[in-house]
Design a protein around this ligand. Structure first.
Ligand SMILES: *Cc1c(COP(=O)(O)O)cnc(C)c1O
Length: 475
């Protein structure tokens, strides 16, 4: 298209003021805040302008009729009035997906929300003495019971757990850590940066691929406060490598009367090797091996709410509780409630795996995922007139959340090959659906992993695909 033609089309676009004067929009203004209406108008005009710029042929030009614009503005107002945080369907196959909210809470946990969120509670009230109590008592005992630790404390997330622990034990002092464990977790959480914030000085030992116990020992000076081990979480070093096992670090700590801390990252209570996966070090292992302080997330492989759990020796936990930072990093009552209920499911491992969605998805057998995928395909049925080509194929799910980075869990996927629509178009259309469906886009194909689609969501996904395939043209 010629530049002059384009300019002429731009001139046909109505102004914001003109649109505000139209009777339909005036009608909206009676029920909708002016700022929302304005935002919707600007959004639609911007989008239309963009489409004019992109248009290669006259057919691809957007409809500039007032009715069409007003219609789009109306749709936009509806979208803008919805709460921004809403349900999405995770078809990516990444179970603990940080961008999609990590763990789903168990049904029992949610029903306790219903019972308690609208009531006063004994959050910090000792019912026996009638005096002020501690919010942490509600999860302390069960954490100690499940892990064998001497003491427990909970803060806002694992990053906070690492921060407050280092601030308590190592402020102005040195912390020895292996160069192979200076990890970035994502979302710019870097171990060295957190240490700096806590006022601890980091002393790196060893090399990227190899650190030995004598590297640690040689680095100990009078100002050393802590030996720190960090779970590598989202990467693995392979080949010519050596890492010091926790037991050896604990023995060295004993020799020099230094505490040993392990940041487990994901932290799990279940030995997944019993379910055909690689063995991740469990929290109980670390307690048993004698780590003085252990930190991990509540919403990664544990499958609970966002929080950071700190376990360890009584004196250290007491010192952490007394730290002024504890107030700034403290958890809300809903977090305590969700954590307490999630933890109580762990009293029975079988029940935990059945009822905690994160565990259920990790452990779901390939056969059972196949059945779910087949059900989805059946629900979609025969679609369209060749607009979409849909089949089932094998693939892999991931644990995610920086846990088991190399673990590939065999899974069954719905594969949509591009025909009339490109793979990107299909992925965008599905993420624009209500509720949005987030898929995997690989090698110019769209994949929906049945493992992370919840059973009650299958119908929604099938419906979305049917609607998409019924479209004969690109809207
Ligand atoms: C994920 C992770 C963290 C951060 O935990 P959040 O709960 O996201 O704050 C810290 N350390 C390690 C090793 C991790 O894997």
């Amino acid at each position: 298209m010629k530049k002059d033609d384009r300019n002429m089309i731009f001139r046909q676009l109505p102004s914001v003021d003109y649109l505000l004067e139209s009777s339909v929009i005036k009608g909206f203004l009676l029920t909708t805040p002016r700022i929302l209406v304005l935002r919707a108008i600007h959004y639609v005009l911007d989008e239309v302008r963009e489409r004019i710029v992109r248009a290669q042929t006259e057919d691809e030009l957007p409809d500039l009729a007032l009715r069409s614009l007003v219609d789009q503005i109306k749709k936009r107002i509806i979208i803008l009035s919805q709460p921004s945080l809403r349900q999405v369907i995770n078809a990516t196959g990444v179970i603990v997906h940080t961008n999609l909210g990590r763990s789903l809470l168990a049904k029992r946990v949610i029903s306790r929300f219903n019972a308690l969120a609208g009531c006063y509670s004994n959050l910090e009230y000792d019912l026996k003495t009638g005096k002020r109590g501690s919010r942490y008592v509600h999860v302390e005992d069960i954490l100690m019971e499940l892990t064998g630790a001497e003491g427990a404390m909970v803060v806002n997330n694992n990053a906070a757990a690492v921060l407050i622990t280092l601030d308590t034990i190592a402020k102005g002092k040195e912390v020895i850590i292996s160069r192979g464990q200076l990890v970035e977790i994502g979302g710019s959480f870097r171990i060295p940066e957190v240490m700096k914030k806590s006022g601890a000085r980091m002393f790196e030992v060893g090399t990227t691929n190899k650190t030995t116990i004598s590297d640690y020992e040689a680095a100990i000076v009078s100002n050393t406060a802590l030996l720190l081990k960090v779970h590598k979480s989202n990467f693995q070093t392979v080949g010519f490598t050596e890492e010091v096992p926790l037991e050896a670090l604990v023995a060295l700590g004993k020799k020099y009367s230094l505490p040993v801390m392990e940041d487990l990252g994901s932290g799990c209570f279940i030995d997944f090797s019993r379910y055909g996966l690689t063995k991740e070090p469990t929290v109980q292992d670390s307690v048993e091996k004698g780590a003085d302080i252990i930190t991990f997330s509540g919403d990664k492989m544990l499958g609970g709410p966002q929080c950071g759990i700190i376990l360890g020796k009584k004196e250290i936990i007491s010192a952490i509780k007394a730290n002024q930072l504890a107030r700034a990093l403290r958890v809300d009552k809903l977090t305590i409630l969700a954590l307490q209920e999630t933890l109580s499911l762990y009293r029975n491992e079988k029940k935990a795996i059945q009822q905690i969605p994160t565990l259920r998805m990790i452990c779901q057998s390939y056969k059972s995922v196949c059945r779910k995928a087949k059900k989805l395909l059946d629900m979609i049925g025969k679609v369209g007139n060749g607009t979409l080509s849909i089949s089932l194929c094998d693939g892999f799910s991931k644990v995610g959340g920086g846990a088991m980075p190399l673990e590939e869990i065999r899974s069954r996927l719905l594969c949509i090959s591009p025909g009339k629509f490109s793979a990107t178009y299909i992925a965008n259309a599905l993420s624009g659906y209500n509720p949005p469906i987030i898929v995997r886009l690989e090698k110019d194909q769209v994949f929906l992993d049945a493992r992370t689609i919840q059973t009650k969501e299958l119908k929604i996904v099938a419906e979305a695909i049917k609607i998409l395939s019924a479209k004969s043209t690109i809207a």
